[in-house]
Design a protein around this ligand. Structure first.
Ligand SMILES: *[C@@H]1O[C@H](CO)[C@@H](O)[C@H](O)[C@H]1NC(C)=O
Ligand SMILES: *[C@@H]1O[C@H](CO)[C@@H](O)[C@H](O)[C@H]1NC(C)=O
Ligand SMILES: *[C@@H]1O[C@H](CO)[C@@H](O)[C@H](O)[C@H]1NC(C)=O
Length: 486
């Protein structure tokens, strides 16, 4: 009897403690004075079953219903969601000192990648890595990039001889993987034709970990958002990411031993490792390989797939791009990083693709210091979620939002675009560090592809997104019909 009483007592206390823990921030979202999604009992605001809904559609629906700035409890975390350009400008630029972090992850040094690093560590890492992407340093990466694009388009031509309709997704993934492997790690891979499976598989694995597509994954996501303290006992990056870090270390050591200088990203890291200064540590430097591979691979491949898709559906726009490519390269000019600079419509088409189908669908900030933004008193610890898709298809920001119009972005029209409404690379001080690299990669590949083929719509040209993707718009296959140009 006494034992039963003790057990019951402990259970009651645990339950009360859990309730108190789960409701500790109640009242914060209510105090913002903005529309918000009410929390459910002692839990956060719905939805919870991410695998049953399309998260992006849900986000678009909420922005339509609640307005440009609204609140919710993401698990226990008070959260503000906004697509209001003025709010975003304040958070990502003007009051950046109160929003230096993206998430509240506490990572060991060997997993502290640029994207999730915090405060002064982020400042030091960003300062260290930025020069890698200046025009001068990028130069040595461009020639290999052109060669890899060329051979990939050759491969497509070979495939098309068998069957004019092919699933380009694995080829595009292969292309971006080969490019990163070469430009960042100095590795010669042939993922474009399905070789180097192990390397490719490791890279794919990192992504699959972040998908809430089964109820067990969803349960895990929900538990972490309700008990964020648990995340301290887990490594955020999965095992596959750790393999990439080990690979980075290995390549660096080998080059040190043999005194090899290639001029790629790994060499930049080696330079820094030779004279690290706190708060950056040597294990942190090794960890940066993870973010270069993961950030530069699936996002770019998906964007290439989206661009093929949108051009198949918009033949007139495609023809205009073809004419531009031919005009710029009329006599003997090659398609390379120099000539693509004059292909403004092509860049407009890239920007427009990223508007309609941004591969990364939101960027996040964490309030690190109490502040007031647009009249809202925001306490430290508040999560800020900045989805881009709802802004990209807001009629007031982009009239006729579902029409594919590359010319929106041309110099003569660009003044009509409100700053901080187009954010495929994020915005402000933590904007994507490799924006220029990714843009060049896509433009070179697409110019080469379009100069050789007409991309045609076919009954199997469809977009199928993975369920449960919380911040990626990533499609499975991409069947495209190709017609060789004369
Ligand atoms: C084309 O088809 C043939 C016969 O099915 C096959 O042997 C060959 O590997 C295919 N070529 C490509 C590039 O897929
Ligand atoms: C060509 O490939 C497409 C897409 O993979 C497939 O649906 C179609 O059946 C193939 N056609 C032939 C003739 O093999
Ligand atoms: C595309 O977007 C980039 C980044 O904002 C901008 O610098 C560029 O001018 C745009 N170019 C065109 C032609 O659309």
């Amino acid at each position: 009897m006494a034992l039963l009483t003790i057990i019951l007592g402990i259970l009651v206390i645990a339950l009360v403690a859990a309730c108190l823990y789960l409701t500790q921030h109640r009242g914060v979202v209510e105090s913002f004075g903005i529309p918000y999604i009410k929390p459910f009992l002692i839990f956060g605001s719905p939805p919870f079953a991410f695998h049953k809904i399309n998260y992006q559609d849900w986000m678009i629906g909420q922005c339509k219903k609640l307005g440009r700035t609204w609140g919710r409890y993401d698990g226990i975390n008070p959260t503000i969601v906004s697509i209001d350009p003025e709010f975003i400008k304040q958070v990502t630029v003007k009051q950046f000192d109160s929003f230096t972090d993206t998430f509240d992850f506490h990572t060991p040094d060997d997993s502290t990648t640029l994207d999730i690093s915090q405060g002064d560590t982020w400042r030091a890492l960003r300062k260290m890595l930025s020069p890698t992407f200046t025009t001068g340093k990028m130069k040595s990466m461009l020639e290999p990039m052109e060669a890899i694009a060329e051979r990939t388009v050759d491969y497509i031509e070979e495939k098309v001889k068998n069957n004019s309709t092919i699933d380009v997704k694995p080829i595009l993934q292969g292309f971006t993987l080969d490019t990163i492997a070469k430009c960042a790690f100095g590795l010669e891979t042939k993922a474009y034709k399905g070789e180097d499976d192990q390397f490719a598989k490791t890279a794919y694995d990192v992504f699959n970990q972040f998908r809430a597509d089964t109820w067990t994954n969803v349960l895990f996501f929900n538990i972490v958002s309700h008990f964020p303290v648990i995340s301290r006992f887990f490594n955020l990056w999965p095992e596959s990411a750790m393999k990439i870090r080990e690979m980075t270390t290995q390549i660096m050591n080998e080059r040190d031993k043999n005194n090899v200088e290639v001029g790629d990203f790994i060499d930049r890291l080696r330079e820094h490792k030779a004279n690290v200064e706190p708060p950056v540590t040597p294990p942190m430097i090794d960890a940066q390989g993870i973010v270069f591979l993961t950030a530069g691979f699936e996002t770019t491949a998906t964007t290439l797939g989206h661009m093929c898709y949108l051009l198949a559906k918009n033949p007139d726009a495609q023809e205009a791009l073809y004419e531009e490519i031919m005009r710029v390269c009329d006599s003997s000019a090659k398609i390379d990083h120099e000539t693509i600079k004059d292909m403004h419509l092509l860049e407009g088409a890239f920007n427009e693709t990223l508007r309609i189908r941004p591969p990364v669908t939101e960027h996040d900030r964490l309030c690190t210091k109490d502040c007031v933004v647009e009249g809202i008193k925001i306490p430290k610890g508040t999560r800020i979620q900045l989805p881009n898709l709802p802004a990209h298809i807001d009629e007031e920001f982009f009239p006729d939002p579902f029409a594919f119009k590359p010319e929106r972005f041309l110099k003569e029209n660009a003044h009509q675009i409100t700053p901080f409404t187009w954010r495929p690379f994020g915005s402000g001080n933590r904007v994507c560090i490799a924006q220029r690299f990714a843009t060049t990669e896509v433009l070179i590949f697409m110019a080469k592809l379009l100069s050789r083929f007409r991309i045609l719509d076919s009954p199997s040209t469809k977009l199928n997104y993975f369920r449960g993707d919380l911040f990626l718009l990533s499609h499975s296959e991409m069947n495209i019909k190709f017609e060789l140009r004369a």
